[in-house]
Ligand binder design. Structure first.
Ligand SMILES: Nc1nc2c(ncn2[C@@H]2O[C@H](COP(=O)(O)OP(=O)(O)O)[C@@H](O)[C@H]2O)c(=O)[nH]1
Ligand SMILES: [Mg+2]
Length: 225
């Protein structure tokens, strides 16, 4: 968190982490498509051939609180391919919260686990305590045949502390819910650690509404009839 008291600005960093091709870029593209133009900045993506993020994607979101603070949220993705380990470490530096995008296809469990272990390593390398940073897990691509079933995903959820979300990011489904879950955890962490509510004069509801005022709750991207 960057807290600029002079300009009354708070900058929060959220990283979408996960294995290659799990749908990290698709998640933030879907959010960008759903958001009110007044609340979002320009989506910066740097894709190479085959949809693969080379360095990161960045979606800035901002809102003003009634107490006169500007809250800036920066959503980053990391590149997933094995060779980009050092880039992932750099993008993760200073992160306030993580949406871990797992690939819901059954045969991708190995690469999900590998990416998760790598994330813990990279957090440690950045001096971030993985037990304190808010993390949610999304199982994406559940529209594909051979993806994990709901009972399997629920069973997974019982074994860890992270809230679990199901998604079909390509249809915009589950994308908003995942970020909402992450923001709720982030607010609680910030409030516990920095007494956010009192210092900024904003409530949890105002924070959540600020981030999401522009987003439909269902998180679907279907055109209106
Ligand atoms: N079937 C399906 N494909 C998806 C979904 N989300 C992403 N994809 C596709 O998976 C590929 C990789 O997605 P991308 O967002 O670039 O993955 P990243 O490497 O994690 O950033 C692209 O071809 C996407 O269109 C989904 O929910 N369902
Ligand atoms: Mg990408």
């Amino acid at each position: 968190m960057q807290f600029n008291t002079k300009d009354r600005e708070i900058t929060l960093k959220v990283v979408y982490y996960g294995p290659a091709l799990s749908g990290k870029t698709t998640n933030i593209q879907a959010l960008h498509a759903l958001m009110d133009p007044t609340a979002k900045g320009r989506l910066m993506t740097l894709d190479t051939k085959g949809d693969r993020t080379l360095f990161f994607d960045l979606l800035p979101v901002h809102f003003n609180t009634r107490s006169g603070f500007k809250v800036k949220l920066k959503l980053f993705t990391v590149p997933g391919q094995v060779m980009h380990e050092s880039t992932r470490r750099i993008v993760l530096a200073g992160t306030d919260a993580i949406c871990f995008i797992a690939d819901g296809q059954r045969d991708q469990r190995g690469s999900n686990n590998e990416a998760y272990a790598g994330m813990l390593r990279n957090l440690r390398a950045n001096g971030i305590d993985a037990d304190r940073v808010p993390i949610v897990i999304q199982f994406n691509k559940l529209d594909l045949p051979g993806s994990l079933t709901r009972p399997e995903i629920e069973d997974y959820g019982r074994r860890g502390r992270e809230p679990i979300f199901e998604a079909r990011a390509i249809r915009g489904e589950g994308v908003v819910e995942t970020l909402k879950g992450c923001m709720a955890l982030l607010w609680d962490a910030l409030n516990a650690e920095h007494d956010f509510e009192r210092k900024l004069g904003i409530t949890r509801d105002e924070f959540m509404n600020g981030v999401f005022h522009a987003l439909p709750t269902a998180g679907r991207r279907e055109a209106a009839p």
